[in-house]
Design a protein around this ligand. Structure first.
Ligand SMILES: C=C1C[C@]23C[C@@]1(O)CC[C@H]2[C@]1(C)CCC[C@@](C)(C(=O)O)[C@H]1[C@@H]3C(=O)O
Ligand SMILES: O=C(O)CCC(=O)C(=O)O
Ligand SMILES: [Fe+2]
Length: 360
C-alpha cells in the first residue's frame, strides 16, 4: 500500500536486474502479456521502388494499418549511427539524462518510467523526445539537444538526429504521395498538407525486466499522430492487435515499420484506421526503437478532402487542430486505444469558441 504512494525512481541500471518490480509497473492481468509467444503478423514488406506500391499500401491501410518499407532511401549507416547515439545517451548516468528532463504538460524531453506523470500502469521504458519542424521555425533538433545536454553529450546526438529527422520527414512526404494516390485524392494533397510538418521524434529504450509478463514497455494504444515511421533493433517486442489477438512484428534489419495514426484516420475520413499496438519487454536484453511521429503544423485544421466525404461517407470526426489533440494527450488523457473518440467527445463538450480553430 505504502509502496503505491511513493514515487519510484526508474533507474534502469538498478531495476533491470531486480526480481521484484515496483507495484506501479505491474499491469492488470487482462492487459499484461501472455506466456505464449505471440504469433508473427504477416505484414507486407513493401519495396518503395516497385510498381505495386500504391495498391499494397492501400490494402495494408485498410486492414491493420501496419506495413514495412524497404528501398526507402534512408542510409543504413545513418540508421546504425542513430542507434549508437541512443546507446550513448541511455547509458549515461541518470543525472546526466535528467538534464533534459521532460516537464509536466510538455511532450519533449527525457522521461523515465513516467513516474512523475502517471500513478499506475507505468511503462517499463525511458524515452527522449524532441520536436522537428520541417518549416524550420523555432529551435531545431541540433540546438535543442546541444542546449539540454551540453557540448560533450549533445553535439553528436544533435547532428545525427537533425539529419535523421530530415530524412524521416522526406520519407513521410513520399509516403503521403502514395497514401493520397491510394485514396484517390491525388499525390499532392497530403504531401502539401504535411510539407511544413511539426513532428515528434522519440527514442525508446526498454531495459531488460525480470518480470516481463507483468509489465509493458508501451501500453496498448493507437498513435494519436498522423503517420509513424519506426525502426526497431533486432531484439523484438512490437505487437499489433490483429484478428482478435496480439501478434508480433518481427524486426528486419534495414526495414522501417510504418503505421497510420489517429490524425491520419481523421484526414482520411475513417477510410484508413489507426491500429492498436504495444511493446512488450523481456528478461534477456534491453531493446531500442526510434519513432518518428509525423504531425501537421500545430494550428492547421485537420479536415478530410471533399472527395472523401459524401452522403454515403459522412464526416466521422469534427474539425480539430493537432495543437488541441496533442494538448489533450499531454494534459487530460493518457493515449490509449480510444484517444480519438475521447478527444472528439471532449471537444464537443467545450464552449463554442474553443470548439474549432480558425481554418488555415
Ligand atoms: C503524442 C504522443 C503521445 C505519446 C507520444 C506521442 O508522440 C505519440 C504516441 C503516444 C504514446 C506513446 C501512446 C502510449 C502512451 C504514451 C503515454 C507512452 O507510453 O509513451 C504516449 C505518448 C505520450 O508521451 O503521451
Ligand atoms: O517501441 C516500439 O516498438 C513501439 C513504440 C510505440 O508504439 C510508440 O512509441 O508509440
Ligand atoms: Fe505507438
Amino acid at each position: 500500500m505504502v509502496q503505491q504512494q511513493q514515487q519510484v525512481v526508474f533507474d534502469a541500471a538498478v531495476l533491470s536486474g531486480e526480481t521484484d518490480i515496483p507495484s506501479q509497473f505491474i499491469w492488470p492481468p487482462d492487459e499484461s502479456p501472455s506466456p505464449e509467444a505471440a504469433e508473427e503478423l504477416d505484414v507486407p514488406l513493401i519495396d518503395l521502388g516497385a510498381d505495386e506500391v500504391v495498391r499494397l499500401v492501400g490494402d495494408a491501410c485498410q486492414s491493420h494499418g501496419f506495413f514495412l518499407v524497404v528501398n526507402h532511401g534512408i542510409d543504413a549507416a545513418l540508421l546504425e549511427e542513430a542507434h549508437r547515439c541512443m546507446d550513448a545517451f541511455f547509458t549515461l548516468p541518470l543525472a546526466e539524462k535528467q538534464r533534459a528532463q521532460r516537464r509536466a504538460g510538455d511532450s519533449c524531453g527525457y522521461a523515465s518510467g513516467f513516474t512523475g506523470r502517471f500513478a499506475s500502469k507505468l511503462p517499463w521504458k525511458e524515452t527522449l523526445s524532441f520536436r522537428y519542424s520541417a518549416a524550420g521555425g523555432g529551435e531545431g533538433v541540433a540546438e535543442y539537444l546541444l542546449r539540454k545536454l551540453g557540448e560533450e553529450h549533445g553535439r553528436r546526438l544533435g547532428e545525427v538526429y537533425e539529419r535523421y529527422c530530415g530524412e524521416m520527414s522526406r520519407l513521410s512526404l513520399e509516403l503521403m504521395e502514395v497514401l493520397g494516390e491510394s485514396l484517390g485524392v491525388g499525390r499532392g494533397h497530403f504531401r502539401r498538407f504535411f510539407e511544413r510538418n511539426d513532428s515528434i521524434m522519440r527514442l525508446n529504450y526498454y531495459p531488460a525486466c525480470q518480470r516481463p509478463l507483468e509489465t509493458l514497455g508501451t501500453g496498448p494504444h493507437c498513435d494519436p499522430t498522423s503517420l509513424t515511421i519506426l525502426h526497431q533493433d533486432n531484439v523484438g517486442g512490437l505487437e499489433v492487435w490483429a484478428e482478435g489477438r496480439w501478434r508480433s512484428i518481427r524486426p528486419r534489419t534495414g526495414a522501417l515499420v510504418v503505421n497510420v495514426g489517429d490524425t491520419f484516420m481523421a484526414l482520411s475520413n475513417g477510410r484508413y484506421r489507426s491500429c492498436l499496438h504495444r511493446a512488450v519487454v523481456n528478461s534477456r536484453a534491453a531493446r531500442r526503437s526510434l519513432a518518428f511521429f509525423l504531425c501537421p503544423e500545430m494550428d492547421r485544421v485537420v479536415r478530410p478532402p471533399g472527395e472523401l466525404v459524401d452522403d454515403d461517407n459522412p464526416r466521422e470526426y469534427p474539425d480539430f487542430t493537432w495543437r488541441a489533440l496533442l494538448d489533450f494527450t499531454q494534459r487530460h488523457y493518457r493515449a490509449d486505444m480510444r484517444t480519438l473518440q475521447a478527444f472528439t467527445d471532449w471537444l464537443q463538450r467545450q464552449p463554442q469558441p474553443q470548439l474549432q480553430a480558425a481554418a488555415t
